[in-house]
Design a protein around this ligand. Structure first.
Ligand code: NAD
Length: 362
């Protein structure tokens, strides 16, 4: 593992996407959101994605400089089309519109379709919290079949994430942000490269046996093949048996079907995210003015629960990311040599020379 300081990484990633054809503000946003995923401990959604995003841009799967197009504007109901633009552009844009409408109307429902990879969905919950809003986000991934439904041994879902944000009146809000797969695909990737193994049952074989073998997802990697999750014979599994599987299905029904982004089943077209979001302003809904005190009291009571492990304590969703953010802001972002060299390789590919890379990362 090596450590790269946050500012250096942001400068380098901004320069890569600028060179690759993104407008300057978009390149900065991509760098901001990818490094924020690393900062918060979600390395699978961080700068490890730089080579893949540049490939997608070059192949036209994702388009530079796009904004959302309004398909329907019903005041508190918005249907937006991300037009296959970068998720780091169209995602925050859709979220800002949802927050604005919720502030004026008390509530807003935003269906975002055809968004490039939206990355860490908790970013949108955090944006809404900064505006004092509660929000819920259901996301599907059109064209990315990875996960078997409960009781099944064939793929029917993607890793379909859900995020829920609730402001707590202090700087430690509730941010539940999770894939509905038992582990993120990135964790299977790490295991396939000799890293931390995934738990048994994170995968299922084509014969229906619970497994921890990444080959179920990627197929045979012994010849040094690029790990492509479409190649494996098996599937990933949803967390929480029938309950997580039900939530994964809800993500496709809401983020895919209701948003008009397309359900995961269809394999033609570009891989893209659909996101169905609800924004609520508690200042409008909370008639008795009890919400803020109740939330604060309750989360503190949860945190104060006697822990099984006194070192780990009892956390609320969002606490772990804040702890990791504090540590990594100070110490830098930990990266494997493989990830760092793939980013440097991409930097060279888009035309940065060694002196330029050195100046950006100094
Ligand atoms: P995770 O398992 O690391 O965390 C899930 C949630 O559990 C978080 O809210 C976290 O705060 C909470 N948590 C963690 N440890 C805790 C503890 N000890 N006590 C209490 N709460 C705790 O997350 P994940 O499921 O691996 O998801 C990783 C990321 O991948 C998320 O940011 C998600 O949005 C993203 N994702 C994106 C896509 C996409 O298509 N854009 C697809 C899948 C996942």
């Amino acid at each position: 593992m090596i450590r790269v300081q946050l500012d250096a990484m942001r400068r380098l990633v901004t320069a890569i996407f600028g060179r690759a054809g993104c407008p300057a503000d978009e390149a900065e946003r991509i760098a901001y959101y990818l490094t924020t995923a690393n900062l918060t401990g979600h390395d699978s959604h961080g700068v490890i994605r730089v080579p893949r995003y540049v490939d997608w841009l070059e192949q036209g799967y994702v388009l530079a400089g796009k904004q959302v197009a309004t398909v329907l504007d019903g005041g508190s109901l918005l249907v937006l089309d991300g037009q296959h633009g970068f998720g780091q552009s169209v995602g925050p844009e859709a979220c800002a519109l949802g927050c604005e409408r919720a502030r004026s109307n008390g509530v807003a429902v935003v269906a975002l379709r055809n968004a490039g990879h939206l990355g860490r969905i908790g970013d949108f919950a955090e944006m809404a919290i900064a505006d004092g809003l509660v929000s819920l986000h259901f996301v599907n991934v059109f064209g990315s079949l990875l996960v078997a439904p409960f009781g099944g041994k064939e793929r029917r879902f993607s890793t379909n994430p859900i995020a829920i944000g609730v402001p707590t009146g202090d700087d430690r809000p509730f941010v539940l942000d999770m894939a509905t797969a038992l582990v993120a695909e990135g964790k299977v990737l790490v295991a396939s490269q000799g890293g931390k193994p995934v738990p048994k049952g994170a995968l299922v074989s084509a014969a229906g046996e619970l497994s921890d073998d990444p080959a179920e997802l990627y197929g045979d990697l012994s010849g040094g093949a690029y790990p492509d999750p479409r190649r494996g014979p098996g599937a990933m599994r949803a967390f929480g048996d029938h309950k997580g599987s039900g939530l994964a299905l809800a993500c496709d029904l809401l983020g895919g079907a209701l948003s008009g982004s397309g359900i995961t089943r269809k394999l033609e077209g570009r891989v893209h995210n659909g996101m169905f979001s609800i924004y609520v302003d508690p200042r409008r809904l909370d008639t008795e003015r009890t919400f803020a005190a109740d939330v604060m009291d309750y989360v503190e009571w949860i945190r104060g629960c006697a822990p099984i492990d006194t070192q780990a304590g009892v956390l609320i969703p969002g606490d772990k990311e804040r702890q990791t953010r504090a540590e990594r802001t100070a110490e830098g972002l930990p990266l494997t040599e493989t990830t760092w060299s793939a980013i440097l390789q991409t930097a060279r590919r888009v035309g940065l020379d060694e002196a330029g890379i050195g100046a950006l990362t100094a």
